[in-house]
Design a binder for this molecule. Structure first.
Ligand SMILES: C[S@@+](CC[C@H](N)C(=O)[O-])C[C@H]1O[C@@H](n2cnc3c(N)ncnc32)[C@H](O)[C@@H]1O
Length: 233
């Protein structure tokens, strides 16, 4: 079953993200055919998400915003904390993934979770957030500097920005860096050497982990990713 499910996801990934249309249209064109199988496949590709939520150490009454929250998979990692949060706002531009998120939220009782179809570079919550989470979304935002500026603007002083994503480490070999850059760009994911240093320069680092992880169907290769949690000065 897994293989059959994977075939349709892989077929979409091999075709790549549509080259024309607005950013939102490209995301919808890419994700709509694979939305139902998204979580299953990404479980083996998007590493470190559960660890990031564990490290985050949210408090009762916290206001959490997730930018580029997709299907809401990270909600499951918050689990029993969810009803104790003041709010959890999940923001994403892709209607197909948000349909899955809304179905998931419908199964969660007693938590104040709101789902917003909106652009992470401009959307703002009604009240400042204690935590902003970005999980494999920064690399999919063409204007990542605007997304980070917007994330910073919605955080309280002392609030935490938490990011997990692929990247190109400072000392990675030029050959591997070129390979990963090209491999991911096909699907609209833009690996960068700048993301992690930019985060570390703007936020007081509370956690910083750099790792490599296996990629489904690419035996012998490991892609670099990082976890970063920083406090807003
Ligand atoms: C690789 S997915 C990760 C989804 C989810 N965070 C997870 O960990 O499963 C990247 C997400 O970023 C969203 N995204 C990309 N650009 C966006 C933007 N400008 N505003 C809001 N969401 C965006 C995509 O629609 C997609 O859901």
């Amino acid at each position: 079953m897994m293989l059959i499910d994977d075939v349709s996801v892989l077929a979409r990934m091999l075709r790549g993200q549509p080259r024309t249309g607005t950013h939102a249209e490209k995301l919808q064109g890419f994700y709509a055919p694979q939305a139902a199988r998204y979580d299953n496949f990404r479980e083996r590709l998007l590493h470190g998400r559960e660890r990031l939520v564990d490290l985050l150490d949210v408090w009762p009454g916290d206001r959490v915003v997730e930018l580029g929250g997709g299907t809401g998979r990270n909600l499951d990692y918050f689990d029993k904390c969810l009803p104790r949060l003041a709010s959890y706002d999940l923001v994403d531009l892709c209607p197909a993934l948000l349909d899955v998120a809304r179905a998931r939220v419908g199964q969660i009782l007693g938590a104040n979770i709101r789902v917003h179809e909106a652009d992470a570079t401009t959307w703002q919550p009604e009240r400042l957030a204690d935590v902003v989470l970005m999980s494999y979304s920064l690399t999919m935002m063409p204007d990542w500097r605007a997304a980070l500026a917007n994330a910073g603007a919605m955080l309280k002083p002392g609030g935490k920005l938490a990011v997990v994503d692929f990247h190109l480490p400072e000392h990675s070999s030029p050959l591997m860096a070129a390979f990963w850059r090209r491999w991911f760009a096909h699907d609209g994911v833009h690996l960068s050497r700048e993301h992690l240093p930019t985060l570390a320069s703007r936020y007081e680092p509370l956690a910083r982990v750099e790792r490599h992880a296996a990629v489904p169907y690419l035996p012998g290769l490991a892609v670099p990713y990082y976890l970063f949690i920083g406090r807003k000065p």
